[in-house]
Design a protein around this ligand. Structure first.
Ligand SMILES: Cc1ncc(COP(=O)(O)O)c(C=O)c1O
Length: 302
């Protein structure tokens, strides 16, 4: 039986139900997180990745949407560890906390409603390929901007934009979409941030180019700098993708995923790039607690 943390209690999955009238279900005003915990066979331990950072981002999102819940960040970290233990998990998983207005009243607004949190886990291997390299397209859908539905927030309604882009990519025979913002600059993938490599320098769009402020984006930056690479945060145009030596996506779900083709054009020689592979290897060791320097990225679930 699988447990879910639901509105203040651990309950069996079939008891974690919300009303069809739930306000956030209608207006997309829920905020959520995607957290990974990795199982390490050698130590027989689960390692949760960036627990605190994900809950801190969730609380920032809640602040923007005027949401308050009774649990604190520290309590949520403990609750999530408890959930993983209760579900007796020994595999790589994804953890999905979601905060929503549970009221059944009609009307989109961010006032006078009650926010509740639910947290559930599910097994997740690779969300997108991380080995042979994926094909992407530049989507015809424009990224939302900060004055519409802020891309900085992981807010449910914003993912309609991602769903349009991802669907377009799949129908075009590709794996993932890259979305440009209203100024025509590269923002990110449908559910992951993006880096390009040119002349051994890593370049990623700045937080002002309508991206989610990705935690993996930050982690990749640390790894790259520690390896001695220069990292630049600046706007990227569409054709710069085509002429880049390497391109990769990164995110909690995506991990570090090489892109080998964009809009039917090969990136570099059409195989995963050397710097991408170097960073990916360190990332995969770091998330299982194997690199001392990055030990504080993970919390073992004892
Ligand atoms: C739109 C979007 N961008 C980027 C990311 C990557 O963010 P993070 O590395 O914090 O998981 C995600 C996934 O969470 C996402 O949904």
């Amino acid at each position: 039986m699988e447990y879910i943390y639901f509105e203040g209690r651990f309950v069996p999955e079939d008891e974690a139900k919300i009303s069809i009238k739930t306000n956030s279900f209608h207006y997309g005003t829920a905020v959520f997180e995607g957290i990974r915990a990795y199982y390490d066979r050698e130590t027989d331990k689960m390692y949760a990745l960036f627990f605190k950072e994900h809950y801190e981002r969730l609380f920032q999102n809640m602040r923007v949407l005027n949401m308050e819940i009774k649990e604190s960040i520290d309590q949520l970290v403990e609750i999530t560890k408890e959930l993983v233990k209760k579900n007796n998990i020994k595999s790589d998983i994804y953890i999905r906390p979601i905060v929503y207005f549970s009221d059944t009243a009609i009307g989109p607004k961010l006032l006078d409603y009650n926010a509740k949190i639910a947290i559930y886990t599910y097994p997740l291997g690779d969300y997108i390929d991380v080995n042979s390299g994926i094909k992407a397209i530049v989507s015809s859908w424009t990224r939302l901007n900060d004055n519409m539905i802020p891309p900085r927030l992981k807010v449910a309604g914003a993912y309609v934009n991602s769903a349009f882009a991802k669907t377009e990519a799949i129908l075009a025979g590709a794996d993932e979409a890259i979305v440009l913002n209203k100024n025509g600059y590269v923002s990110e993938g449908s559910a992951e941030n993006i880096y390009i490599v040119r002349n051994k320098k890593l370049i990623t769009p700045p937080v002002s180019d309508d991206i989610l402020e990705g935690i993996t984006r930050w982690a990749v930056m640390q790894i790259a700098k520690d390896l001695g690479y220069e990292v630049e945060e600046r706007s990227i145009t569409r054709t710069e993708l085509y002429v880049a030596d390497e391109v990769f996506f990164c995110g909690t779900g995506a991990q570090v995923s090489p892109v080998v083709e964009i809009d039917n054009k090969k990136i570099g020689d059409g195989t995963p790039g050397e710097i991408t592979k170097q960073i990916q290897k360190i990332y995969f060791d770091a998330v299982r607690g194997k690199i001392d320097k990055y030990k504080d990225w993970v919390s073992p679930i004892e």
